[in-house]
Design a protein. Sequence first.
Length: 339
Amino acid sequence: MLRQLAVSIATFMALSHSQLARAETWFEVEVYVFERQSQTTEQWPNAPIATNTHRAIDLISPLVAQAVIPMDSAATPCTLVFDADANSHCAEQLNADGTTVTNVSSDGTSAPAAINTVATEYRYPSTIPSEISNNNTANASSGADALLLSSSQGQFASIISSLSRERGNRSLLHMTWQQPMRSKSGAVPIHLFAGKDFSASYHFDGRKIAEQALNEPMLNADGIPMPIPTVSPVWELDGTLNIYLNHYLYIETALNLRKEGRKLMAVENTDLATATTPQPKVMTPYLMAIPLEQNRRVKSEEIHYLDHPEMGMVIQIRKMAQPSNPVGQDAGVAQTVQY
């Protein structure tokens, strides 16, 4: 009797889990972020707000950057983004080390490869275009966390045109994608970044890189120049957008907008004799970090505007035709949901 009861409970739980997976709801998301010139006197934080981008979904890098594949020998580098034929020798290496790269078709278009155990290393341009879109019209399919759409699948053309005509506004990022909606604990944020890379001139914390450090190579003990270390980009706009379900839809932003400015800072002094003497402060070039950090309940189909003195975000979450083959994973949304 007890055994039959245990089997019945296990069967019920398995069916419930399967129903939850099938119940996962997909939505289409469109986002437009722009910078605005303002005369605000608001004081911003001394450091960028914390953004957890290492676990976020990156839909942008495969389209704008070169995927650098480490090679065991000094053969031609594998950068499988722009020229598939020139990089045909990389196929065997990719299978051997399992590195995630960008697939390139015969017509030169690119799409993200399947995610493997080794993270992709990218080489980025100095500036990223504001329009990020898939080269082909696409729709979500089973097994994907999020799918970037083409620009023709977006609906913000008139909004972008209107905002771009306003004096002082500058487009930073426009993209549209489809993604499954999950509870806050199961949701995976989208990594958003755009604009100029300031890493050649500024540290991430905003300090100006000294000219001497820029011009003089580092030497090892034998006096031989050391390889230039890889520096992570310091993007003009960088952070995450997290959308999740908790009876209602919520959007959660953690973005930093970086702007060049000046800040009153103490002069660095390497003289040990005067190290205890208070150092004078001077106005020094500094990379400001302006935060856009909000959590807002929204409704699907409505166009929402997140206002800010230095930037703005327009976002719409739209209902869509559900994928024909539901994603077979725990959706985590066993609740009554208001869209």
